[in-house]
Every structure is written in C-alpha cells, then in structure tokens.
Design a protein around this ligand. Structure first.
Ligand SMILES: N[C@H](CCC[C@H](N)C(=O)O)C(=O)O
Length: 270
C-alpha cells in the first residue's frame, strides 16, 4: 500500500489516497501502521476518498483503530494532499467528513499548500455549566464541547506537570462519556493565549489536536477568559482559533506538512 506521512503541528498520520488504493479493513490497518516499532509510526490512519457531495471525503482512524468523526490537524493535511497531488485545483475546497462537510481556505507557496483555515462549524455545549465529575480521585469541573467529536476541557495551573500516561485513560473512559472522550488540559496564559495538552480518545497523548484546540478555545471564550480570537499553544506548535459570534462558526488556522512518501506490505495483516 502506497502512503504519505503528513503532520499538523506534530499530530502525525499515515495518509492513503483512496482514489487509487483500496483498504479492506481500515481499523486493522490503522492499528498496524500506527505502531511506532512494528509499523510506520503515527497517531492513526487517514483515507482521502472520493465523495458524491464534496471535493473529497476524509475518513480518520485513531491509533486503536476506532473511527473518529472529525480531525482538525488531519483535515488540513487532507486539503494540502488534495491540492498538491492534483485531486483538486482550487485553494477553496469542501471536504466531507462524518461530522458534515467542512470548507477549507488554503494558502500556497511555490504551488504547494503551506497553511489552511478550516471552518469547523458551530460548536455545541455538551455539559452543564458548571458540571463536575469524580475522576482521578477528585471532583473536577469540566466543560463539554462538541465540534463533531466529543471533548472535555479541564482548567489546570500546571499543564506541563500532568502525568497524562498515568491519568489519561481514566479521563478517556469515564462513564460520563458513553462514546469515550478527548480530554484537554488548559492553562490560560492571557486573553489571547492558552496552553493545552491533550489525551485523545483512541490515540493517547498526541502532540496536538485540532478539534481539541478548537473546543478549548470556544470553552475559554464562553467562560469570558479570552478574546474571540486566541492562539492555542500545543506541544507540537500553535493554532489560531477565531469564533465568529455572528455566524456562530469557529475557524481554525494552522500549517500542514508532507514528511515523506512510502510503500508498506500489508500481507502480514492478511
Ligand atoms: N481522537 C479524536 C480524533 C482525532 C482528533 C485530533 N487528532 C484532531 O486533530 O482533531 C476522536 O476520536 O474524536
């Protein structure tokens, strides 16, 4: 199977052009290629597929093989791949996802996309304000936000000090979240900057999470902690999030990078 390794601020996936390649069991392929010792090494698998209703369709699978409805860092790379590899010839495209059709506005240099703004749609509050759960031996307040996939945002003073490998699974699998949840741990730096780490549903700690950055920015705006345009600082880099209160739509802007191309023998999976 031919693949392209891409990353959005360190959130790295194996991308497969499903206009040309056929994958029978993407859940199993995602688990195999994601393994950083026996596979390629990634946060999961993303398929760029034909679509009847948009320029192309993104299907995204986490490291554990579970399929996500939306992926912010992933969709920026999908847009870059589609333009750079000639699937589309416009810098303004629509991508079909399980969370609906997303519009991408891309900027290019020397004929290659370098940055993408994604209309992430209208975010949805999915918790009471405030709401607490008992997790990791304490009662913690969280804010539930959906941007097509579920997020729980926790405000903490010392983001860097969290041992996510140890506490992450309890947050991810808490009974309050029947479909599991992506958990973001946020420190507000000032009214235009927040710092965030993430324990992703199905992938563990990733170096960035586009939907998570969007969700934590919207939560912080809802709580009046930051302006309606904010920089989210993640392990792998920064994303710009802007909430247009008039339309209700939230926009995420960030880079997309192609790292290398390769071919992998999947017969071990058969
Ligand atoms: N783990 C997420 C999907 C990937 C989200 C993240 N990588 C992003 O950039 O938005 C979920 O199961 O909902």
């Amino acid at each position: 199977m031919k693949f392209t390794k891409m990353q959005g601020i360190g959130n790295d996936y194996v991308y497969v052009n499903a206009f040309e390649e056929k994958i029978d069991d993407p859940n199993a392929v995602s688990r195999f290629v994601s393994d950083r010792h026996f596979g390629i090494g990634s946060d999961g698998l993303i398929m760029i597929c034909p679509s009847e209703i948009a320029d192309c369709r993104m299907r995204m699978f986490n490291e554990d093989g579970s399929e996500g409805a939306m992926c912010g860092n992933g969709i920026r790379c999908v847009g870059k791949y589609a333009y750079d590899h000639g699937i589309v010839d416009s810098l303004e495209i629509d991508v079909e996802t399980k969370a609906g059709i997303k519009h991408l506005s891309m900027t290019s240099e020397n004929g290659k996309v370098v940055a993408v703004t994604v209309d992430m749609g209208v975010p949805e509050l999915t918790s009471e304000l405030p709401e607490k759960i008992h997790v990791n031996g304490q009662d913690l307040e969280f804010t539930g936000i959906s941007v097509g996939n579920p997020h729980a945002i926790y405000y903490v003073e010392d983001v860097d000090g969290l041992d996510l490998e140890k506490i992450g699974p309890d947050f991810e699998n808490h009974e309050r979240f029947p479909d599991r949840v992506n958990s973001e741990f946020v420190r507000v730096i000032d009214r235009e900057h927040v710092q965030m780490r993430v324990w992703e549903r199905g992938s563990g700690e990733t170096w960035a999470c586009g939907t998570g950055a969007t969700a934590c920015a919207v939560a912080s705006m809802m709580h009046g902690l930051v302006e309606d345009e904010v920089e989210v600082q993640l392990k792998g880099g920064n994303l710009q999030i802007r909430w247009d209160r008039e339309s209700g739509h939230v926009f995420m802007t960030g880079p997309a990078v192609e790292v290398f191309n390769g071919e992998i023998d999947l017969s071990a999976l058969m």
